[in-house]
Design a protein around this ligand. Structure first.
Ligand code: SF4
Length: 199
C-alpha cells in the first residue's frame, strides 16, 4: 500500500508497517493494537517484533493465544514517528480509517490496546488508568461508544468486541508503578486474564 497523509512520518519511516491478521479462514479472536512501529518494526516491516512485542507475545501464549492463529497485530499509526515520539492527534486521526478497516476485516471478539496512546486513539479518553476503570465497568455495554467517544474517533470503535487496555510492554513502562501501587506488569497480566475469562 502507499499513503502520504502524514508528512513527518513519511520522512521518518522506512516502510509502512501493515497489520497482520490470522491466516485466511482462521477466526481472529483477538486483535492487538499498539501505538506505532518502533525501530525493529520499521526495519522488518512487521509489528510487535521488538522487545516490548516479545513480552506481549509471551504473556498471550501463557493463555494459549498464538500470533497468526488466535490473534493478529495492528497499530494506531502505521508509520514510525521520528525519534520514537508519540504520534500526534492529527496523525492518529489520519490513520484511524485504516485501523477501522482492519477491525472490520478481523471482526475480533476482543481488541487489546497496548499503552495509553493506542487506548486514547480509540476511546478518546486521556489516561490509561481512567480507561481501564471505565472499560472494566462499562466495557460490554454497546452504548459505551456513544457515551465516551468523540465523533472523529467513533467510527473505529470495535462494536460488539470487548475493549481491553493494557500498559505499554516496554521494560521501562512495564516495571513502573500503577496508581494503585502495583507494577503495571501486574495490572497488564490481570487485564489479559480477565479478557480470557470473558471470551
Ligand atoms: S501513519 Fe497512516 S495515515 Fe499517516 S502516512 Fe502512515 S499510513 Fe498514512
Amino acid at each position: 500500500m502507499t499513503c502520504t497523509k502524514c508528512q513527518s512520518l513519511c520522512a521518518s519511516r522506512t516502510q509502512i508497517v501493515e497489520p497482520d491478521l490470522p491466516e485466511f479462514g482462521r477466526h481472529c479472536l483477538v486483535l492487538v493494537v499498539g501505538e506505532a512501529p518502533g525501530a525493529d518494526e520499521d526495519a522488518q516491516g512487521k509489528g510487535f517484533v521488538g522487545r516490548a512485542g516479545r513480552t506481549l507475545h509471551k504473556l498471550l501464549e501463557e493463555y494459549g493465544l498464538r500470533r497468526g492463529y488466535e490473534y493478529g497485530c495492528a497499530n494506531i499509526v502505521l508509520c514510525r514517528p521520528p525519534d520514537n515520539r508519540r504520534p500526534t492527534m492529527q496523525e492518529i486521526v489520519h490513520c484511524l480509517p485504516l485501523l477501522a478497516e482492519t477491525i472490520d476485516r478481523a471482526q475480533p471478539r476482543a481488541v487489546i490496546t497496548v499503552g495509553e496512546t493506542a487506548t486514547r486513539g480509540i476511546t478518546g479518553i486521556v489516561g490509561l488508568w481512567v480507561n481501564i476503570k471505565a472499560l472494566r465497568e462499562h466495557g460490554h455495554d454497546p452504548r459505551i461508544a456513544e457515551m465516551i467517544c468523540p465523533p472523529e474517533i467513533k467510527p473505529v470503535w470495535p462494536h460488539g468486541s470487548l475493549l481491553v487496555p493494557i500498559p505499554h510492554t516496554s521494560p521501562l513502562a512495564w516495571n513502573r508503578n500503577a496508581p494503585d501501587g502495583r507494577k503495571w506488569a501486574e495490572v497488564g497480566a490481570e487485564q489479559i486474564r480477565r479478557m480470557v475469562e470473558m471470551l
